[in-house]
Design a binder for this molecule. Structure first.
Ligand code: UD1
Ligand code: UDP
Length: 383
């Protein structure tokens, strides 16, 4: 029996660890799962835990309003270390690129506990973009013993960095496993206002923004662009669940709140969010996860970034990088909203990120690592 500690703490890493936790829980004969929530996020984390029915074994309750990266780092490392000492897990699993990810893996390394990195190998090769995630990923890649790369591109990036090929596996991204659990044909939103909005049968543009490198002027520019679009298209509903970070809210609310057809709402629980995504015509976002979910649902995504560590859907043509330039955001959105052929071309459903079996593959590889099974796990490749 192996004890696997799964560490998570923010909205996205929890969504993407959830399918692995659920899968490990099915293997009671082989694994004891220890779920450790740093709670780097609080209510945005609790929303996800509720959807997946996960109660953390440890909730470290780290979040503080406007927390600095240094405070966050200090608080996570001591709290995680206490749990690792008490529980002595056989392996620690971290996901993605957050402070929880890098510090969780560092804490495990210091205690000489093997680390598995879920969603390994994403790179922009620009140290400041996204900040601090690009460096968090590279550092986690240095520490990890097993690298679960979501795509062949991510695997190649790791091999270029001389990571031992025997430790790298293309699993697909667990975000698609989660999406397959969450998106429903007939869905009643828990936020009743969304049911009312959807009954209006108007087109929906869905918005999200939160990236640190976009704080301040770039984010203000993007909001001005959305304002211009909302004025030009009064017949479209722009729905924007605003991240709880006060630094984001201070920019977004003054510019967009006065507009009648822009609905600024609180972060949605995951089920409401992905089902709203499925009902939207267009998405404008700087999110990593939404760049993976949109293509799977055939939604054109305009990405508010100059570079992306998720180039696959850009290659397929479903995602377009528009940066933070207001003119480019407006012209790209107008082309899609006005030109049916351009829209259709971009709205094809493609799934470079997964087939819903990423958690199964990940757990299969962990079983091989511990000699529990010799079954050869076939790598994910998109059809
Ligand atoms: C973090 C991650 C980022 C990830 C994002 C997903 C780091 C450095 N950043 O960014 O990689 O893309 O989460 O959303 O790990 N807050 C609340 N309630 C919540 C969550 C956040 O009030 O439930 C507020 C708090 O004031 C908190 C602030 O948001 O201090 C920032 O949270 P933090 O986790 O430091 O950074 P994010 O910008 O959310
Ligand atoms: N999401 C959510 N509610 C929202 C907005 C997003 O549940 O109001 C989900 C979304 O489906 C995706 C994830 O949060 O899976 C993305 O998180 P975020 O954009 O905060 O972080 P990133 O992916 O950029 O690290």
């Amino acid at each position: 029996m192996k004890k696997i500690a799964v560490i998570f703490g923010t909205r996205p890493d929890t969504i993407k660890q959830a399918p692995i936790i659920l899968r490990l829980q099915q293997e009671k004969k082989h694994f004891q799962v220890l779920s450790i929530a740093t709670a780097q996020h609080r209510s945005m984390l609790d929303q996800v835990l509720k959807v997946f029915g996960i109660t953390p074994d440890y909730d470290l309750d780290i979040m503080q309003p406007k927390q600095s990266l240094a405070t966050l780092t200090r608080n996570i490392i001591t709290a995680v270390d206490d749990v690792l000492v008490k529980e002595s897990p056989d392996m620690v699993l971290v996901q993605g690129d957050t402070t929880t990810t890098i510090i969780g893996s560092l804490a495990a390394f210091y205690r000489q506990i093997p680390v598995g990195h879920v969603e390994a190998g994403l790179r922009t090769n620009d140290r400041s973009n996204p900040f601090p995630e690009e460096i968090n990923r590279r550092l986690t890649g240095c520490i990890a013993d097993l690298h679960f790369a979501p795509t062949a591109t991510a695997k190649k990036a790791l091999l270029r960095e001389n990571v031992d090929p025997k430790t790298v596996f293309v699993t697909g991204n667990t975000v698609i496993d989660a999406l397959q659990i969450a998106v429903r044909k007939k869905y009643a939103f828990s936020l009743t206002r969304l049911n009312t909005l959807l009954q209006e049968k108007k087109r929906i543009v869905l918005l999200t923004m939160h990236r640190r490198e976009n704080w301040g002027e770039p984010m203000r520019g993007a909001c001005e662009a959305v304002r211009e679009l909302a004025i030009r298209y009064p017949e479209i509903n722009f729905i924007f669940p605003v991240h709880l970070n006060p630094i984001v809210r201070e920019v977004v609310y003054p510019i967009l709140d006065p507009l009648k057809n822009v609905q600024l709402i609180e972060p949605l629980d995951y089920l409401d969010f992905v089902n709203l995504l499925a009902a939207s015509s267009l998405v404008i976002t700087d999110s990593g996860g939404v760049q993976e979910e949109g293509p799977a649902l055939g939604k054109p995504i305009l990405v508010l970034r100059t570079v992306t560590e998720r180039p696959e859907a850009v290659r397929y043509g479903t995602v377009k990088l528009v940066g933070l330039d207001a003119n480019k955001i407006v012209s790209s959105a107008r082309r899609l909203l006005d030109n049916k052929a351009a829209y259709r071309k971009m709205a094809s459903a493609v799934n470079p990120y997964g087939d819903g079996k990423a958690a199964e593959r990940t757990v299969g590889i962990i079983k091989n690592y511990f000699g529990i099974s010799k079954h050869i796990v076939k790598e994910f490749s998109p059809r």
